[in-house]
Design a protein around this ligand. Sequence first.
Ligand code: ZN
Length: 139
Amino acid sequence: MKSYREELWFQTPSRRDYVNITRKVEECLKKSGIREGLCLVNAMHITASVYINDAESGLIHDYDQWLEKLAPHEPTSQYRHNRTGEDNGDAHLKRQIMGREVVVAVTSGELDFGPWEQIFYGEFDGRRQKRVLVKIIGE
Ligand code: ZN
């Protein structure tokens, strides 16, 4: 069995952002040389997510509004976590609901997506360097 590991780095200019990383994961798969197997993609930080959904700008806006309704950033004093001196209590909750990782089947050297599936990095406490792990195993 072959395995391949790569870290992708991100620094988003805003606190929250949604970055389509499908092409970057496909580049990892090409470098791996793996034709049949599994591809794991996970956020390495507890205030960011990796998820799969449609690359449609209206939907991305809807996600952001929905998450901000569920866990508004302000007032930061509403989160007990922020008593530690941080201001990212909301970002931990947003990460939880959008998920930590995705696993995509690798078939004939391609990511075996359903219709419209794209991989996104969801950032909820950005403006600093953060990482995503790509691990691919197979033959
Ligand atoms: Zn925190």
